[in-house]
Ligand binder design. Structure first.
Ligand code: XIL
Length: 320
């Protein structure tokens, strides 16, 4: 009943991640993915721009293959994601739609994508990153909230639930590991939605951590307060990046600190009832998003480029 997951590498979605699709081309990668994990998330392949690149055209190829891979290897799948401000296709962001049309576009998308994988997805990140760090809703950069108002969030959960009544439906975000204005905003919103009977089942902390900052020591207490609302909780995108020295090679001390962050994150989750899904955002530095998005930082995963294990890998294994 406890799932250890990873993101399945995105296949060079980003122009600065130009590697060929590792899911298809890297046999060692596939073998580790199959044997070391019991849950798989699509790093990019179920996002709007990937799965719905043009109006009226879906691109299910890679998402289908990931789901099939998981089934063959007896893994569960986390679906990611349906309502987000980022990685939307141009036809959506730059389209000239009325609110009524946009609402229908979102409804049709959620119904189609969730419906396609009905019974095959354990948890869906229905809404991703809808709040700013200040705790304010993203009313400017999130097209759905901007054009349709905050009520669209509840609708997204309702549509997803209709399409797959057994999938657990989550709110997911970064910088919500601690009790802070952003996680407080989720707490208040979710309480409100539950009171209205909206099908919300979970709250998850992405957990993109950095050794530059202290470990979020109240992670367990924060997850616990959501569990006390009757929700599932999860760690969905854990990685622990670090400032790389000039020679690019982390010191033993840095690796120990990283291992400690991994260990403490897993421990927090294990200590909270209903936190039964723990996912790292890629397992090898070879395909990690971190160096691309955080300049000067890297080495954030539990394995080196050649799949040899770091202290963080052993720390997780010893904690289980
Ligand atoms: C990242 C992927 O890892 C990259 O390959 C992609 O270029 C950008 O998105 N929060 C999320 C994830 O919810 O979808 C993001 O994934 C990382 C931050």
């Amino acid at each position: 009943g406890f799932y250890i997951g990873t993101a399945a590498a995105g296949g060079g979605h980003h122009e600065s991640q130009p590697y060929p699709d590792p899911f298809t081309k890297d046999l060692e990668y596939r073998s580790v993915l199959a044997s070391e994990f019991s849950s798989v998330s699509a790093e990019n392949q179920m996002k709007w721009e990937y799965i719905h690149p043009e109006q009226g055209r879906y691109n299910f190829g890679m998402a289908d293959r990931i789901v099939r891979f998981a089934q063959l290897n007896r893994q569960v799948v986390r679906g990611h994601t349906l309502l987000w401000h980022s990685q939307n296709p141009a036809w959506v962001e730059q389209g000239d739609f009325t609110p009524e049309q946009l609402r229908e576009i979102l409804r049709e998308h959620i119904t189609t994508v969730v419906g396609r994988y009905k019974g095959k997805i354990q948890q869906w990140d229905v809404a991703n990153e809808i709040f700013n760090d200040s705790g304010a809703l993203r009313t400017t950069d999130n097209i759905w909230i901007r054009e349709l108002g905050p009520g669209i969030i509840a609708d997204a959960f309702r549509w997803a639930h209709e399409a797959d009544p057994k999938a657990q439906l989550y709110f997911n975000d970064y910088n919500v590991e601690s009790v802070n204005p952003k996680s407080n905003a989720y707490y208040a919103l979710i309480k409100d939605l539950l009171a209205q009977g909206v099908p919300v089942h979970g709250f998850s902390a992405q957990s993109h951590l950095s050794t530059r900052y202290g470990f979020p020591g109240d992670l367990q207490a924060n997850l616990q307060r959501f569990a006390d609302l009757g929700l599932g909780t999860a760690i969905t995108e854990l990685d622990v990046r670090m400032d790389l020295p000039a020679n690019g090679v982390p010191t033993a001390e840095m690796l120990e600190k990283q291992a400690d962050y991994y260990r403490r994150t897993l421990t927090a989750c294990l200590n909270v009832e209903g936190c039964d899904s723990f996912t790292i955002w890629g397992f090898t530095d070879k395909y990690s998003w971190v160096p691309v998005f955080f300049s000067g930082e890297g080495a954030a995963t539990v394995m080196w480029d050649d799949f040899t294990r770091k202290p963080a890998y052993h720390a997780l294994q010893c904690t289980l």
